[in-house]
Design a protein around this ligand. Structure first.
Ligand SMILES: N[C@@H](CCC(=O)N[C@@H](CS)C(=O)NCC(=O)O)C(=O)O
Length: 206
């Protein structure tokens, strides 16, 4: 498999963590988002959204959207499972992952922030926006997880929820925040103690 990503992309971080958790080997191709490589005709032919990650699988098919990719990996390589068997718990795991994927990340990604600058917001205003979006979103995740047993988001093994929450905490730091949610920080510690997350993580939070 070939993972098309970018080192500092938190969405690519999710897929790297899932691939490593499952012990799958893959090749990584970096597309420099700052240089606009995601908008080249070659890349758009693979992913018309011009977003990373994209995963090329055997047979030349290309999968896009980190959640769809992670669920595909869970389908074809069920162990270790990224979704619990219990339907209620599955829904709760997906709800936390989606809280990051739908409500937090798209409002703080590079394209959104560039558009805000284009509408005339200055750097400080854009920074206040990202802090507000991430702060409110992760505070809600902290509450959603408050009564769940650790050390991971939903118990003894990492799930899709961890795969989405941990890269988002990384992004919070990248945007100059100091995350102070005890449950989320404990989850992050548990995940980063695993080789899969440690290898998947971008090198610095700067
Ligand atoms: N919902 C998508 C989000 C992907 C996304 O926003 N990727 C960002 C990097 S984290 C990107 O490719 N941005 C393109 C750009 O900045 O032009 C997913 O989960 O895969």
């Amino acid at each position: 498999m070939k993972l098309h990503g970018f080192l500092s992309s938190s969405a690519a971080y999710r897929v790297r963590a899932a691939l490593y958790l499952k012990g799958l080997s893959f090749e990584e191709v970096d597309h420099d988002l700052f240089a606009g490589e995601q908008n080249s005709p070659e890349y758009l032919a693979m992913n018309p959204q011009g977003l990373v990650p994209a995963l090329e699988i055997d047979g030349g098919q290309v999968l896009t959207q980190s959640m769809a990719i992670c669920e595909y990996l869970d389908d074809v390589c069920p162990k270790p499972a990224l979704l619990p068997a219990d339907p209620v718990l599955r829904a709760k795991v997906r709800a936390v992952a989606l809280a990051v994927a739908c409500e937090i990340h798209p409002l703080q990604n590079r394209m959104t922030l560039l558009r805000l600058r284009g509408f005339g917001l200055d750097k400080a205003q854009v920074s206040a926006w990202t802090h507000q979006i991430i702060g409110r979103g992760l505070a809600a995740c902290e509450i959603m997880l408050s009564s769940e047993p650790g050390p991971f988001c939903f118990g003894a093994t990492p799930t899709l929820a961890d795969i989405f929450v941990v890269p988002q905490i990384h992004n919070a730091r990248r945007y100059g925040m100091t995350p102070a949610w005890p449950k989320l920080l404990a989850v992050e510690d548990a995940c980063l103690a695993l080789d899969a997350f440690a290898r998947a993580r971008p090198p610095s939070a700067s």
